[in-house]
Design a protein around this ligand. Structure first.
Ligand SMILES: NC(=O)C1=CN([C@@H]2O[C@H](COP(=O)(O)OP(=O)(O)OC[C@H]3O[C@@H](n4cnc5c(N)ncnc54)[C@H](O)[C@@H]3O)[C@@H](O)[C@H]2O)C=CC1
Ligand SMILES: O=C(CO)COP(=O)(O)O
Length: 320
């Protein structure tokens, strides 16, 4: 299998490092020619401090080497995925495209694997998702992730090919569950960060995580996901990781919102756009998604932390 990676950020590079150290030649495409030249010359990516890029990883800002690969891992922000797929739809036809991004597209209201299926119907769509910080993967620390592919035979091939000494892949055919778990947990991570940033305490965060999980399930099951997938690595596993670690950018963004401090707006924070997509989906499908809705309102400045808290705490009392 000839493996290409689209995206020269933290996650694409980290996956490339793990696969290359396992003996796979890896072709990484990044749109930024300066970043490509820097990685080629220094064997470093500033997004992964302290990590040396193996010699069997090659880099290009031209698409040809990437498009010569049969399997392409796509690690660019979820909101940029449709434009990438549309621009290269003909060349991507027939390839195996493994989405490594987490989010719901604001225009189409679909997760990454579904977006691939819609925009490049001749490609095989898969998802690689679950609890894993790029820095951990690149440093060789152990991780367990979900490989989701509707075609189970192809899923098994990908599971073997993309597992490495430090990435253990579990397989499912439930791409909807995998894409929604990864997208929704980022919204809950923002909420958790807000709670800690606003000094509401760790008990409040535990409540948000615990009540956030059935909220994730409500939407995901309504959209066709399987409950087991949500309870697995790509859902509950990633929810726990991202809601409890300052390594998470979504969580740190929530911390900034909660404490009223500044945040670098160039940072990739997938949960902000996804919260808005979820608010709209919840409205259209008439599904109760209170935490996601207040997160969407907070990110747009439509509410403040104390009003958001009151909104959540004044909801009718009910059975657990
Ligand atoms: N960093 C992490 O620990 C993990 C990230 N992910 C997911 O991976 C995806 C990418 O995140 P990171 O690599 O961490 O972000 P990043 O911010 O480190 O890198 C994003 C990269 O995408 C590139 N990019 C942005 N727009 C683009 C476009 N229109 N076309 C081509 N390239 C474009 C940027 O130049 C940058 O190199 C996100 O969906 C994230 O949720 C998943 C698991 C772990
Ligand atoms: O998805 C991640 C870990 O599994 C990374 O989270 P952030 O995008 O919040 O940094």
């Amino acid at each position: 299998m000839k493996i290409g990676i689209a995206g020269g950020g933290a996650f694409g590079t980290a996956l490339g490092v793990a696969l290359a150290l396992d003996g796979n030649p890896v072709y990484l495409w990044a749109r930024d020619a300066d970043r490509v030249a820097q990685m080629q010359e220094t064997r470093k990516n500033p997004k992964l401090p302290g990590v040396t890029l193996p010699l069997n990883m090659s880099f290009s800002a031209a698409l040809e080497p990437l498009l010569a690969c049969d399997t392409i891992l796509i690690a660019i922000p979820a909101q940029t995925l449709p434009a990438f797929l549309t621009a290269h739809a003909d060349a991507l036809d027939g390839k195996t495209l493994v989405a490594c991004c987490k989010g719901i597209d604001l225009k189409r209201m679909t997760g990454p694997a579904s977006t691939i299926r819609d925009l490049v119907p001749g490609a095989q769509a898969a998802m690689l998702t679950g609890p894993s910080f790029a820095a951990d993967i690149a440093r060789g620390l152990p991780t367990a992730l979900t490989l989701a592919c509707a075609d189970d035979d192809l899923g098994a091939i990908l599971q073997t090919a993309l597992s490495t000494t430090n990435i253990r892949l579990y397989r499912t055919t439930d791409t909807i569950g995998a894409e929604l778990g990864g997208a929704l947990k980022n919204v809950m991570a923002i909420a958790s960060g807000v709670a800690i940033g606003a000094k509401l305490g760790e008990s409040a965060r535990a409540a948000l995580i615990t009540r956030g999980f059935p909220e994730m399930q409500r939407l995901a099951l309504a959209l066709g996901a399987q409950s087991d997938t949500l309870a697995g690595l790509s859902g509950f596993g990633d929810l726990v990781l991202t809601c409890t670690s300052e390594q998470s950018r979504n969580y740190r963004y929530g911390l900034a919102l909660g404490s009223g401090s500044g945040f670098d707006q160039t940072t990739t924070v997938e949960g902000a756009a996804t919260a808005r997509a979820v608010r709209q989906l919840a409205h259209e499908l008439d599904i109760d998604m209170p935490i996601c809705t207040v997160v969407a309102d907070l990110t747009e400045g439509k509410t403040d932390v104390s009003t958001a808290l009151n909104t959540l705490l004044s909801r009718p009392l009910k059975e657990e």
